[in-house]
Design a protein around this ligand. Sequence first.
Ligand code: NAD
Length: 466
Amino acid sequence: MSDTDQINRMQTLFAAQKAAFEAERHRSYRDRLRDIDAIAALTKKHAEAIKDAAAADFGVRSRCETQLTEIAYMATAAKHTRRHLWSWMQRKRVAIPGNLKPGTAYIRREPKGVAGIISPWNYPFQLAFSPILAALAAGCRVMLKPSEFTPNMSALMASMLAEEFNEDHVAVFPGGPSVGEAFTKIPFDHLLYTGSTHVGRLVAKAAAENLTPVTLELGGKSPVIIADDFPAEKAGETLAFGKYMNAGQTCIAPDYALTPKGKARAVAESTIARVEKAYPDWASDEDYTAVVSDKHFERLNAMIEEARSAGAEVLQAKGGTPGNARKIAPTVVLNPPDDSRLMQEEIFGPILPVLEHDGLEDAMRRVNAKDRPLALYVYSKSKKTARRVLEGTISGGAVVNNTMLHYSVEDLPFGGVGASGYGAYHGEAGFETFTHARGVFEAPVWHPSRLIQPPYGKLFELATKK
Ligand code: NAD
């Protein structure tokens, strides 16, 4: 379908979803459970097809990583949502001031209406289905615009969802930036965007025209701060896990590491040693993922070359030479200059700069001098030190002594701050994102508030006296 046809279809289906929402403003608990179960069942039924589609889109995409990060993740998220939906849907009573008594006040969580979701390519299934799950649990209708870089997954998601949902409930609009741009002009009741900070700004601007509330799940340079008391070997183990999963194409991958003076080499070498164990022959290993496109492949290679020519030492895992697959050796760069692309841009690939700090204050100052990151990782045996770093920095989320694990805790809101985005989802935070908190005050038929109405007199003075 051409982009123009896709844009026309978008407008027709938005009107259809709006009408369907108006006809069923409060989707029942039972029907929402059905929707959640449908998402879980589709994920299970098409697990192999999801792995095939990811592999076709990336060239090489570890099937185990697709199982872990896309399929198993969604199964857990659906289970969590199913278990808690009833309590999330209950109205929450709040206290009222004495001079408003008698009466009751409570918050009703009401579906916002038609939700728009724009998803990226790096975890193309999960980053589309997880917000869809949240929007359906909230009782919304959903329109999805997936990434043009993963066309196989977009086609699969469209056909999967069509098995269980009419298009006036959930609809998919594959296409590139022009489809994305048209999508952001639709007056959605909520828009959740996951992707780069640059496009995030455009999305927020377009949505502002319609006063559409937006959740921006963006990226950035997520740092690792390593304290003096933390063993280099342990650091290398968790850095290798966080950095080379999906070949570093993860929004919360550790972007760069700041180690104590004199420890950078030990951390770098232990990271490489660990990754060589994980992928003994990364070039041919089906569990070491390729870079998604030629453009990204060239960008990452240029970053390594720039650091090398600036005199930085480049360490790469042994393991053969890649053939046609867009694979980049797991790489660590020791002390790249501050003005290099590696230290200025979000890397989003399998390259880890390791630098040295002059103590924790210096590390925090350097982190705070950059945009607020999506995640921050602090490594220390001392809880006090970890707390000091958490207090001295700001980030969307954080993990102590490891990387990325906070993502899988459904009860933690997931989102950025500053340039890494605003708003959050996962678990109840996702339910809250796609619902409106309607504050209701229920007064009895006779209520003393009539005392504060004109004509003002003695009773008024008594009622408002402080
Ligand atoms: P991207 O911004 O290039 O694309 C994301 C989506 O936006 C795609 O669907 C794309 O078609 C669409 N798009 C492009 N131009 C648009 C426009 N003008 N208007 C509307 N939509 C448009 O991002 P990407 O390269 O796919 O993803 C990588 C970035 O996403 C990284 O910065 C990464 O950190 C971030 N990310 C964040 C999270 C998170 O949860 N916070 C998760 C994954 C990725």
